[in-house]
Design a protein around this ligand. Sequence first.
Ligand SMILES: O=C1C[C@@H](O)[C@H](O)[C@@H](O)C1=O
Ligand SMILES: [Co+2]
Length: 306
Amino acid sequence: MSNQDILWGIAPIGWRNDDIPEIGAENTLSHLLGDIVVAGFQGTEVGGFFPEAKVLNKELKLRNLKIAGQWFSAFIIRDGIEEVSTAFHKYCQYLQDVNAAVAVVSEQTYSVQGTDKNVFSEKPCFTDAEWKTLCEGLNELGKIAEQYGLKLVFHHHMGTGVQTLAEIDRLMENTDSNHVHLLYDTGHIYVSDGDYMTLLNKHIDRIKHVHFKDTRRDVMEDCKKQGKSFMQSFLSGMFTVPGDGCIDFTEPYKKLLECDYKGWIVIEAEQDPSVAHPLEYALLTRKYIDENLLILSKSDKAVTIK
Ligand SMILES: O=C1C[C@@H](O)[C@H](O)[C@@H](O)C1=O
Ligand SMILES: [Co+2]
C-alpha cells in the first residue's frame, strides 16, 4: 500500500447481505475473511452474521485483519433519541471491543430501502421539525460514539430522507462538526444525483469514512425506467465494484490524497453472490486499485467538476 494514512477494506456485502439474509447464506465468516486476505485488503466492516467480539477478534488476529466499522439503523425521528441511545450504547460497546474506528449511522425513519416501493421516486422527505429532531439526536449520538473511541459517520443513502446533495448539505449545516462526521458513498450519491465529485469537494472536511461503490449505468437506467425498489435494483446488478462500472475513481481518490484524507476506503458492492462471484469481484477491484489508484500521488491534482 503506497499511502499509509489510508486503509483499504472490502465490505461483507458482496458475500452476504443484511437486507436479504437468504442470499449468500452459505458464505461463512472464515470464507469471507479468507477471501479478503487472498484479495489483499486490510480489513472489513461488521456484517449482521458476525460473532461476539471475542470470537471475531481471534479470527481477525489469525489473518492480520482489522474492523473499520458497522452499520447502525437509527430511528431518531420515529422512536426519539432516548430509545435510540440505549441501542446505540450497546452497538458502540461491541465496536470498541473489536477496535473499530467508525460508527456508520443511517436514519431509517420512513426509509423505503427495505420495501417494494420505487426507490427512484418514493423516497421520504422530512418536515422542518423532523430535521431538527434528527440533527439534535445525531449530535447526541456523536458524543456517545466518542465515549467508545469512535467517530460517528452519517451514511447518506438511496430511499431515505438524507439522500440528495441538498439533504446532505442541510444535515451538515445543522449538526455539530465536532461530533457528526460524514461517510462519502460514491454509489449512492451517483445514483441519486448523477454526480459524485460535488459532494466530495463540498464536504471533504467532514468526511471521515469512504465507501467506494461503482454503478452499472445501463442497469441503473433500466431500474429507473421500471420503477424498481432498492433491493430489486441491486439484485438486478445496479451496483458493482470499482473498475467494473461507470465511475472514474481516480478523481475522488486524487481529491482524498490532495486533502490528506486519513481513514478507511471500503469497497462496497451489493450484488447477488450467486451471480457475481465474491472473490472474483474482489480480485477484479484489487487489480483496478493497484493499477489505477495506488500509482497516483498527492501531486496528481483532482479536477474540480462544477
Ligand atoms: O453502506 C451500506 C450498507 C448497506 O446495508 C446498504 O444497504 C448499502 O447500500 C450501503 O451503502
Ligand atoms: Co455504503
